[in-house]
Design a protein around this ligand. Structure first.
Ligand code: NAD
Length: 268
């Protein structure tokens, strides 16, 4: 892929994607960014070796793909600012802004745009993200591949067929890291209450979560089979699992994710 990619807004998420792209061998001179702050522009150039513009329109005029990486509340203003340059150049548009619908973005950009809306999650900052992608009807197959390649620089990618599914995905992978942090927090505290010191309880909690996820990712077994394989009848694990089931953990998880999805719909 030798398209020129322009990141509008070179904050945390853009820097992570740029870092991933450069690590995967993408040419430095094919990546540009924009930033209003001079200090941040200097830092981007020093850290990444790419050119960072202060003028969004000047950068868009040089790009084949424009990644909007500003905060959601800044997106409408930035879209209006670059509308004429986008209409003149017709690049592939990629948005990583949470909760902004493609129809709204398309309208702000003057209409008729190929837009891929993405929902990355926080582990994207360490290239271990899980990103959902949705393409509007104007996106061509080769543009879908381009978008996927860019987001893959931050972890794995999954396409959804309808934009509503982005709200479900937000409730899963978007908010999901916090669910695991909560569960690990509870496990660490319980381990300390059972007599382990804080440092050991933390390390064992984190490595157990990491090991379980890695094992599941590398296995062909489904999650039920994996769980059954480590749950001997009348053993210790079974006692814990029976306690979770008796206290309706599954329903709690379902209710929590429905609440997150409903909130995503309300915010969009
Ligand atoms: P950030 O604040 O680190 O980055 C935004 C950058 O945009 C800043 O550097 C800011 O100076 C710049 N900016 C502001 N106004 C601008 C303008 N007019 N023109 C050009 N640049 C401008 O934010 P972030 O955490 O990188 O988030 C960026 C987007 O990614 C958000 O829309 C957010 O919803 C989405 N996102 C972030 C995460 C995450 O974990 N950080 C996860 C999922 C989605």
């Amino acid at each position: 892929m030798n398209a020129t990619i322009c990141f509008i807004g070179a904050g945390n998420m853009a820097m992570s994607l740029i870092g991933g792209l450069l690590a995967s061998g993408y040419a430095k001179d094919k990546i540009i960014a924009t930033e209003p702050s001079e200090a941040q522009r200097r830092s981007v150039t020093e850290r990444m070796g790419i050119y960072c513009y202060s003028d969004n329109n000047e950068a868009v005029a040089r790009a084949d793909i424009v990644v909007f990486a500003v905060k959601p509340q800044q997106l409408q203003g930035v879209c209006h600012e670059v509308q004429a340059s986008i209409q003149a150049k017709r690049p592939l548009i990629i948005s990583i802004a949470a909760g902004i619908r493609t129809v709204d973005m398309d309208r702000w950009l003057g209409g008729n745009n190929a837009i891929v809306r993405t929902m990355p999650n926080t582990p994207a900052l360490i290239q271990s993200g899980a990103t959902g992608l949705f393409a509007n009807a104007k996106v061509k197959p080769e543009q879908s591949s381009q978008a996927e390649n860019i987001l893959r620089a931050a972890g794995i990618t999954v396409w959804v067929k309808t934009e509503e599914q982005i709200d479900a995905l937000t409730a899963l992978s978007g908010s999901g890291p916090a669910y695991y942090f909560l569960f690990m927090e509870a496990m660490q505290q319980a381990a300390q209450d059972l007599g382990l010191d804080e440092k050991s309880a933390r390390l064992l909690t984190l490595q157990t979560a990491f090991g379980a996820a890695k094992m599941a990712l590398e296995s062909t077994d489904d999650l039920v089979t994996l769980r059954q394989k480590v749950t001997s009848p009348k053993g210790t694990t079974e006692q814990a699992i029976l306690t979770f089931e008796a206290q309706n953990l599954r329903q709690t998880v379902k209710d929590a994710m429905s609440a997150a999805q409903n909130r995503a719909v309300e915010l969009a």
